[in-house]
Design a binder for this molecule. Structure first.
Ligand code: PMP
Length: 418
């Protein structure tokens, strides 16, 4: 595939930092380095690292790994962790083409670098409606237009995607007739944020086919992939990527720890290389200590042990989902409509009772009643007023779920009565 039309001017203009380009040589045993300003680790106060798991098990981080973690290391991440994650991608997705992998400070780090790599000032990008507010905020800075595609309970609607691409520029929702056709689709295929919806395999296949036809890169942002509640996880776009047009973002945030800030991006070499160039000039590399912690644990568990953990986490959230749906049925029937999610941690409520704007209701009235939720406006690509609310059940007890929904119901009742 020719990626030149997909890479922004800013990204194309990035050259490798001379020092960073030499980093791989610094770990050669026979090399005497008078090169980069590596601080002398003899001056660092840390001697070792031992992790204690909740099971009581202890993991002693290997001395060499720990010592590397304390120093500057490779841009794409600690090689042992990088290779472990590559193997995970092969086991879980078995992609049909060769790929590279780069580790970042959470998937947000890589997602935003990927967006910046693809978008030129004045471009238009295909996004789901609604979509992740953290991507919308970043896209705002890139000065691009959003071509939003409707979603339903099965994910992004392929016919709508085809329609907008086939009829461009007349179909441009921003009304501009001189804007090039979008060349990138940003999608959250599992347990979507904010909808909780997962795209079905049939939908993904249809979307992939359209993206092939119009030469669209797919940015697959999939931090909730491992939170699919059933063991037969729906195959990813990455797993069907015969053209090498998918950049896939994964994250440890929802499975190991969000504070670790470990995410990874996989995709064609030409694109991952550009993301690495970005890292070289911004944060230099992902932090060493979280990488050493993560690798220490993953090496101990092995890939199967990790996937067993994933199953336990998914079961945890499925039980939370069941409790939450019970509370929703109790408190919200007649006040809102929702689709029961089969992955992730969100439910997307459509308020009934003639309510047209959830913003003031959530930001003022619900807050006064001591219940927190996110108004739909935050997730709307065109920033339009609406009657949706995102609620999350990830971190609430059953009693608090019920009480929160009781409070929300009372606010809705007052509003609907007006
Ligand atoms: N993408 C989506 C859709 C998310 O919901 C989040 C977390 N809120 C992220 C990316 C970023 O996750 P992290 O950086 O913690 O991996």
């Amino acid at each position: 595939m020719d990626y030149s039309k997909h890479i922004s001017k800013t990204s194309k203009a990035r050259n490798p930092s001379a020092i960073r380009a030499l980093m791989p040589y610094m770990n050669c045993k026979s090399m005497i380095s008078l090169g980069a300003g590596q601080p002398n680790p003899a001056t660092f106060p840390f001697a070792s690292m031992t992790l204690t798991l909740k099971t009581g098990e202890k993991i002693e981080i290997d001395d060499e790994l720990f010592s590397r973690a304390l120093s500057y290391d490779l841009t794409a991440g600690q090689p042992l962790l990088n290779e472990w994650l590559c193997e995970l991608q092969r086991i879980e997705h078995n992609p049909p083409v060769k790929f590279d992998l780069s580790i970042g400070a959470g998937s947000q780090d890589l997602l935003t670098k990927a967006l910046e790599m693809m978008i030129n000032d004045g471009d238009s990008i295909l996004v789901e409606n609604p979509t992740y507010t953290g991507a919308l905020s970043f896209l705002e800075n890139l000065n691009c237009d959003l071509a939003d595609i409707p979603t339903d309970e099965f994910g992004l609607v392929p016919e709508a995607l085809e329609r907008i691409l086939a009829n461009w520029p007349e179909s441009n929702p921003n009304g501009k007739k001189d804007q090039p056709r979008p060349h990138c689709l940003y999608t959250i295929p599992s347990g979507g944020n904010p909808t909780g919806i997962s795209a079905t395999l049939e939908r993904k296949q249809a979307v992939y086919k359209i993206c092939s036809k119009y030469d669209i890169l797919i940015l697959e942002d999939d931090p909730y992939y491992f939170l699919q509640y059933t063991r037969d996880r729906t195959p990813s776009y990455f797993s069907m990527d015969v053209d090498a047009r998918v950049l896939r973002c994964d994250s440890m945030s929802k499975i190991l720890s969000s504070g670790l800030r470990i995410g990874w991006v996989t995709g064609p070499h030409a694109l991952i290389e550009r993301i690495n160039m970005h890292t070289m000039v911004t944060n230099l590399q992902p932090s060493g200590i979280p990488q050493a912690m993560t690798f220490g644990l993953l090496e101990k568990w092995g890939h199967q042990g990790f996937l067993d953990h994933v199953d336990r986490v998914a079961d945890f959230y499925r039980e939370k989902r069941d409790e939450f749906v019970e509370c929703l049925n109790h408190r919200m029937k007649g006040r809102a409509e929702w689709v029961v999610p089969n992955a992730g941690m969100f439910v997307w409520l459509r308020l009934l009772g003639g309510i047209t704007d959830s913003y003031d209701l959530i930001m003022t009235k619900a807050l006064k009643e001591n219940v927190l939720a996110i108004p739909g406006l935050a997730f709307m690509p065109q920033g339009n007023m609406n009657n949706y609310v995102r609620v999350s059940f990830s971190n609430v007890t059953k009693a608090n779920m019920d009480e929160a929904l009781r409070r929300l119901a009372s606010v809705i009742d007052k509003e609907a009565a007006i």
